[in-house]
Design a protein. Structure first.
Length: 198
C-alpha cells in the first residue's frame, strides 16, 4: 500500500470523527424526545453549575489535570434547554532547559436534550464556541485561538433539595486556522455540582 493512500485514509478518518459523534448525539436526542410522558411533563428549572474539569489532548499526549468550569442552562421545552459554559485548564510540560506552561480556555453555547430515568437525569448536548490555547517558555508566550464544535453527554444525580451532582464527557473538535493551529480534538471530563433555581 502506498504512503499516499495511507495518508488519504487517515485524513478521511480524521474528518469522519465529527460526523460519527453528531450521529450519536442525534440518536440520543431522538431517544430523549421519545421519553415517557411522565418524564416529559417535568420541566427543569434554570440552573447554574461549577466544578472540576480535566482535558486530554491525544495529539500532543498531554493531560491537563488542573482545570475548572462554570455553566448555566435555561429550559426551552420540557426536554430541551439552552446551555452555555466556559472553563480553563492548565498543564506543565517538563523540558531539559526550561518547563513549558500550557493553558486552555473555552466558551461555548448550544442546546441540551434531557430525559429522566428514575432519579437520574441523562442528557446529550451540542455546543459551539471559541477556544484559546497558550504556551509559555523562556518568558515567551505564543497564543492561538479557533472555533470549536463540542458534543457531549452526561448524567445528573440528585443529592439534596435543588443540588445535584453531574458527570459529563465532551469531545472538543478544534477547527484549523490559517497560519495558526492545526485541526485536532480534545476530550473533556467534568465533575460538577448543579444548583437548580426554583
Amino acid at each position: 500500500m502506498s504512503r499516499t493512500s495511507h495518508t488519504e485514509r487517515a485524513e478521511h478518518a480524521e474528518h469522519g470523527r465529527p460526523l460519527r459523534f453528531l450521529r450519536i448525539l442525534r440518536a440520543i436526542v431522538v431517544i430523549a424526545t421519545l421519553a415517557s410522558p411522565a418524564a416529559a411533563q417535568t420541566v427543569n428549572p434554570p440552573e447554574i453549575s461549577a466544578g472540576y474539569a480535566a482535558v486530554n489532548d491525544p495529539k500532543s499526549e498531554t493531560v491537563f489535570r488542573t482545570g475548572w468550569m462554570v455553566g448555566a442552562a435555561v429550559p426551552l421545552t420540557s426536554w430541551l434547554s439552552l446551555v452555555g459554559d466556559g472553563g480553563g485548564n492548565y498543564a506543565t510540560v517538563k523540558g531539559f532547559a526550561s518547563d513549558t506552561s500550557l493553558s486552555l480556555y473555552s466558551i461555548t453555547g448550544g442546546l441540551r436534550a434531557s430525559t429522566k430515568l428514575g432519579r437520574i437525569v441523562e442528557f446529550a448536548q451540542l455546543q459551539a464556541g471559541y477556544f484559546r490555547e497558550s504556551g509559555s517558555r523562556f518568558g515567551i508566550t505564543e497564543t492561538n485561538s479557533s472555533r470549536i464544535l463540542q458534543p457531549g453527554f452526561g448524567i445528573d444525580f440528585p443529592l439534596r433539595g435543588p443540588v445535584t451532582a453531574r458527570g459529563e464527557i465532551d469531545v472538543r473538535f478544534i477547527k484549523a486556522r490559517p497560519g495558526g493551529n492545526e485541526p485536532g480534538y480534545h476530550v473533556r471530563f467534568v465533575a460538577a455540582g448543579v444548583y437548580r433555581l426554583r
